[in-house]
Ligand binder design. Sequence first.
Ligand SMILES: [Zn+2]
Length: 440
Amino acid sequence: MAVTPDLQHTLSKTASLSGTALHTGEKVALKLHPAPADYGIKFKRKDLQDEPTIDAKIENLKMVERATTIGEGSIRVHTVEHVLAALCAMGVDNAIVEMDANEPPICDGSAQAYVDLIRKAGVTAQEEPRKFFDVRDTMHVESKTGALLILLPDDRFRISCTQAGPNNRFAQFLSVEVTPAVFEREIAPARTFVFYEDVKQLMDKNLIKGGSLENAIVVRGEAVLSKEPLRFPDEFVRHKILDIIGDLALVGRRIRGHVVAVRPGHATNADLARSIAREQTRRSAVAAPRTIPSGDGGLDTDQVMQILPHRFPFLMVDRIISFETETKCVGVKTVTINEPFFQGHFPGHPVMPGVMQVEAMAQVASILLFKLAKTTSRIGYFMSADEVKFRKPVLPGDTIFIHAELTKSRGERLAKAKCHCVVNDAIVSEAELMFTFLDK
Ligand SMILES: [Zn+2]
């Protein structure tokens, strides 16, 4: 079951299981169905008239007490986190989770049954590229009860978690990179656990009718009560990581970043998911403004040409619209049908050559470097272009927002930049460029 990291995936076929719902104690049958690209994960209430679906999106979050509940209108689905964690970690981007009740089966309190189900169904690559959330700046959320989540930039999805019960009993720490193999082996078998102090409260609230030692570990004092022995000495922190994966799946994009969690819970997990979604919306707004800003914050065409030696038809930046910091800026290029390369690339089917986008990224990065070095008497030469990816075609009429960030510079002669191009809110290309600067 190989997952191609850059493409969206769905299930190869439908697979089903049945069991008991945790909160109502009723029998429930669940089916995982394949879904088309860009569909996301949706829960379907087969037991209700018209079989409504609910998007597994943070906007639909309704409640986070002990478990995560999503809903639309008056329709609810409870305890979505374990099935979502399994789908997300096993590489499934698009699926329908059909149920004949308001909650998936709790099974043994872990995500093991869902991993088995996904394996039974199989996972298939689709043609559309995956949507990622790349953490660029540190984000954090904190609760009054001492939960803390920090999200750091990283090119992989990692979670480092510290869990501790009341009076710091059973303090545990684990750090993992979330991949299908690691999830299946290290995280999915970890079961739900409760501290005895909390259980009475839940029973009073009538919240765990289906709960038993079959599907949860109960910790009373120093004693661990469960049907079978602990599956890992640090099973609790593993389950906390499972819940983080499931709750953050509500972001709807694959996270490339490192979550550092201290005593996390569903409420703070959801807060972080909300912050990520908000940041994503903000980025989309920045990526495609209705009006392109001009003035002090950026550079107009004339100023760009004072810095760059490139001229028609090889000037690939119209303007710089903002400098976020000295080492980070966004340029813009409006692509028209009059671009000379469209004549031959291709007649009757104009597509902007990917190498021209790489060139545009290099030019925006050069502007940063020339500004830093306060010189224009040099010319930048490419040394290498790594991690180059072309995700979507760029067509006449598109406006490209070219993001560049200098990640390394050695003296004034050598620089590395991480760049990406955005059209209509989607990354169309990206690259890591290295160049050297020589006197003209
Ligand atoms: Zn859980």
